[in-house]
Design a binder for this molecule. Structure first.
Ligand SMILES: [Zn+2]
Length: 249
């Protein structure tokens, strides 16, 4: 099967409030919900490497994403890089649904992207410098959306660009040393964009309480060929805003 969409119901507890600098965070005291179908992150690789004919296959670690979900409120100035990059809808106080995105390569070959400053790089036109992150990204690599239950758009989210590098090992082999300056993901490794990074959210300011679907798509611009692509590039999870805790089943 080419595309698998996993849906679970995750709900959020009302948060306690704390102040940090100019940003006011309403955080999330909530215990992560772990979908039963997936082993707990860090206790073995739930996504074994398979023979993809010598090509990478990228997936979002669903367990890590769900475990990391929270809601914060932060303030942004009118000159913030987030406004420039489009990860918030306006300056001022914004309510953000945040999450980690770990992108594992479980195909049997590395994803080789290369150097952003190499004019002969086949992906040269896809690189864009990120003022929020201070390095070059692959443009439009991910797309974050919040959908209503009828699949219309509740919060338009944004396309989040990524610098692709080896950060976490999922398989058994050694990293081939990909970094933001020579990008890629080794077979059996993952890049991780944690929720603390700029843009790792959907701006849900003004979104009423209720049930929604968070939709995260990777390789969203189809920049990279994934051959059989047995693992879906789309992950969806049910989210109840803002408060009550409910877990599936
Ligand atoms: Zn970055």
């Amino acid at each position: 099967m080419k595309r698998i969409v996993i849906t679970a119901i995750v709900c959020m507890m009302l948060p306690s409030m704390s102040m940090t600098g100019t940003s006011q965070e309403i955080a999330t005291a909530e215990k992560p919900f772990v979908p039963a179908a997936f082993p707990i992150y860090g206790k073995g690789n739930p996504f074994p490497i398979y023979n993809n004919g010598g090509y990478p296959d990228l997936l979002t670690d669903s367990n890590r994403l769900v475990s990391s979900l929270d809601v914060v409120t932060k303030s942004f100035s009118s000159s913030s890089c987030e406004l420039v990059e489009g990860s918030i809808g306006a300056a001022g106080s914004r309510r953000l649904l945040r999450f980690d995105v770990a992108i594992a390569n479980i195909g049997n070959a590395d994803l080789v992207v290369g150097r952003p400053n190499d004019p002969n790089n086949p992906y040269a036109s896809s690189f864009q410098f990120s003022p929020c992150h201070g390095h070059y990204h692959i443009n439009g690599f991910t797309n974050y959306l919040l959908l209503n239950m009828n699949r219309t758009i509740a919060a338009s989210g944004h396309k989040q660009a990524f610098c692709l590098e080896d950060l976490v090992r999922y398989g058994t082999g050694a990293s081939h040393g990909y970094t933001c300056s020579n990008q890629g993901i080794t077979s059996g490794w993952a890049d991780v964009y944690s929720k603390n990074l700029s843009g790792q959210w959907v701006d849900i300011t003004g979104v009423p309480d209720g049930d929604y679907i968070l939709r995260v798509e990777i390789n969203a611009a189809n920049t990279f060929f994934e051959n059989q692509n047995q693992y879906s590039n789309v992950f969806e999870v049910g989210v109840h805003l803002p408060v009550t805790v409910r877990t599936k089943g």
